[in-house]
Ligand binder design. Structure first.
Ligand code: GGG
Length: 325
C-alpha cells in the first residue's frame, strides 16, 4: 500500500529540512507526498497565510508533516492544529550520546495542551495604551490531555507524570487545569505530582533526572520544551507530534531560523525525528525505530551541522542518516 502524506514546508529553514525528511521517509516506506503551501511567502502572494486547500488537505489526511512558520505562525500553526483536531503536542527532549549537551542525562517528554490557554487567539487592542488577552482553560480540554497522558505513561517505562502549572497565581485558569488533570490521573490510578512552572524551569536545569513526563498548559509547554532543547544541544534536535483523535500533524519544535535560512546548513534532525514519530503513528514501528537508530548513530559519530559543532550541510547530514538505514 502507498501511504499518502501531506507536506507543508512553510518558511525559512522549513523549506530546507522538509525535503530531507521526505528523502528519509521515501527510503523506508512506499509513499506519495501531497505538497501544500502555507506561511509568510504565501501570504505575501495571495493575502492569506493558510490557503483553504492546505487546511482541507491537513483536515482529511491521516498525517501531515509541517516545517516552520515565521511571522504568520499564529495564522498557520494554530489553524493547522485545529485542522487535525489536535488536543496534545508531544515534545520529547532527549540528550544523545555524541552531542555536546549541557545536561547529557536529560530524557524528558512534554505533553502540552494544544488548543487553548493564551494561544486561543482572544487578543484585543482596546486603546492606544491598552491591549488585552483572554486566557481560556476548559475542564474538557484539560481532561482530554490528562486522559492522553494517563495512556501515554501506562507502559513500564514511566511512573506517572508531573503537572507544571502556575495555579498559585492563575488560580482560576491553571487551578482548573490542575484540578482536572489530577482528577483524571486519580480516576486512572496514575501517580501524579505537581510543580510550579517557574520552579520547574530552575529544577530541570539543575537536575533533569527529577522529571520524566511533564503535562503543561499551552504556553508553558511551548516555553519549557524550548528550555529543555537548551539542555540537550539545541532546537535542531527536538521533534513534535500534534495528535488528534483521527489524524496528526508532525513538526520540528524549531521555527524558521531566518539567521541561517537559505544557506543549506540547517540541522535536519528535528524534522527527521518528527518523521519517525509520524511513521510510528501510521503503524510503521520497525521503520520508525530504524530512522531513530540511524539518527542516533549519526549523532554519536557522524557528520553534523554547525549548530552541533560540525561543518556538514543539511543534505550531507541527511545522506549519512540514510546510509545507516
Ligand atoms: N515548526 C514549528 C514552528 O514553526 N514553530 C514556531 C512557533 O512559533 N511555534 C509556536 C508553537 O509551537 O505554538
Amino acid at each position: 500500500m502507498t501511504e499518502e502524506i501531506v507536506v507543508i514546508p512553510g518558511d525559512g529553514i522549513g523549506k530546507e529540512v522538509i525535503p530531507e525528511a521526505k528523502r528519509v521517509v521515501e527510503s523506508v516506506i512506499d509513499v506519495t507526498f501531497i505538497e501544500a503551501d502555507a506561511g509568510d511567502a504565501v501570504k505575501e502572494e495571495t493575502g492569506t497565510a493558510l490557503p483553504q486547500e492546505t487546511y482541507d488537505l491537513a483536515a482529511s489526511a491521516d498525517a501531515t508533516l509541517f516545517g516552520a512558520a515565521g511571522e504568520t505562525a499564529a495564522d498557520v500553526i494554530l489553524p493547522l492544529r485545529d485542522a487535525v483536531g489536535s488536543f496534545v503536542n508531544i515534545r520529547p527532549a532527549k540528550a544523545y550520546p555524541g552531542v555536546d549537551a549541557l545536561r547529557p542525562e536529560t530524557d524528558l517528554v512534554f505533553l502540552r495542551e494544544n488548543t487553548e490557554g493564551v494561544y486561543s487567539g482572544h487578543e484585543d487592542r482596546l486603546s492606544d495604551d491598552l491591549s488585552t488577552l483572554t486566557r481560556v482553560v476548559t475542564t474538557s480540554a484539560s481532561e482530554a490531555l490528562a486522559a492522553f497522558a494517563c495512556d501515554y505513561v501506562s507502559g513500564e517505562e514511566h511512573d506517572g507524570f508531573t503537572i507544571a502549572h502556575k495555579a498559585n497565581v492563575m488560580r482560576e485558569t491553571d487551578g482548573r487545569f490542575r484540578d482536572a488533570v489530577v482528577s483524571v490521573a486519580k480516576e486512572n490510578d496514575v501517580p501524579v505530582d505537581e510543580v510550579l512552572m517557574d520552579a520547574f524551569a530552575t529544577r530541570v536545569c539543575l537536575d533533569p533526572t527529577q522529571f520524566d513526563v511533564i503535562v503543561c498548559p499551552n504556553l508553558a509547554g511551548d516555553v519549557l520544551s524550548d528550555l529543555a532543547a537548551g539542555l540537550v544541544g539545541g532546537l535542531g534536535l527536538l521533534p513534535s507530534a500534534n495528535v488528534g483523535t483521527d489524524r496528526a500533524l508532525f513538526e520540528p519544535v524549531h521555527g524558521t531560523a531566518p539567521d541561517i535560512a537559505g544557506n543549506g546548513i540547517a540541522n535536519p534532525t528535528a524534522t527527521i525525528l518528527s518523521a519517525a514519530m509520524m511513521l510510528e503513528y501510521l503503524g510503521y514501528e520497525t521503520e520508525s525505530n530504524a530512522v531513530n537508530d540511524a539518527v542516533e548513530a549519526v549523532l554519536s559519530d557522524g557528520p553534523r551541522t554547525g549548530d552541533l559543532g560540525g561543518n556538514a550541510t543539511t543534505t550531507e547530514m541527511t545522506d549519512a542518516i540514510i546510509n545507516h538505514l
